[in-house]
Design a protein around this ligand. Structure first.
Ligand code: NI
Length: 171
């Protein structure tokens, strides 16, 4: 397994629309395993392949407290969305240190392939529901800060660019 590097907002590659996975083969299983390792290392609850610059419809997440229940969603599709909405504070490994509230469906049902290539359906609420919607946005090239006001987004963009410059220059 290997740690993958995570793209940081406002990297334009984060706006790439991912294509469906043709076949869950060794290459995809390796990608899934590397993404799971990368997510745990970065202490995130979810990671989309888009964030590691692989533009295929693959998501990993783990919203458990024990951090030992990875959920793998390959070619995910929402098959149901609740009418009631929730507004919960979100963060993103591609936008470190930034947290803000986004309106999401309170509950969703997702259909996807697992790491074993088998199709399954799952209903989710709470953090898992938020996470599924957040990660599926990544696969469409959308980062959560794009739900915020243009003013906030510009401020975040400047802050991220400044941080990238600081990270690059020697201490
Ligand atoms: Ni994210």
């Amino acid at each position: 397994m290997a740690l993958l590097s995570i793209l940081r907002y406002p990297d334009p590659r984060l706006h790439t629309v991912a294509r469906p996975v043709d076949q869950v083969d060794d290459r995809i299983r390796r990608l899934v395993d590397d993404m799971v390792e990368t997510m745990y290392e970065a202490e995130g609850v979810g990671l989309a392949a888009t964030q590691v610059d692989v533009h295929e419809r693959v998501i990993v997440m783990d919203t458990s407290d024990s951090r030992d229940k990875p959920l793998v969603l390959i070619n995910p599709e929402l098959v149901a969305r609740s009418e009631d909405m929730n507004q919960v504070e979100e963060g993103c490994l591609s936008v470190p240190t930034i947290y803000d509230k986004v309106r999401r469906h309170a509950r969703v049902a997702v259909r996807a392939l697992g790491r074993d290539g088998q199709v399954f359906e799952r209903e989710a609420s709470g953090l898992t529901s938020v996470c599924i919607q957040h990660e599926m946005d990544h696969l469409m090239g959308k980062v959560f800060v794009e739900y915020l006001s243009p003013f906030k987004r510009d401020r975040i963009r400047s802050r991220m660019l400044k941080k990238a410059r600081e990270d690059k220059s020697p201490a």
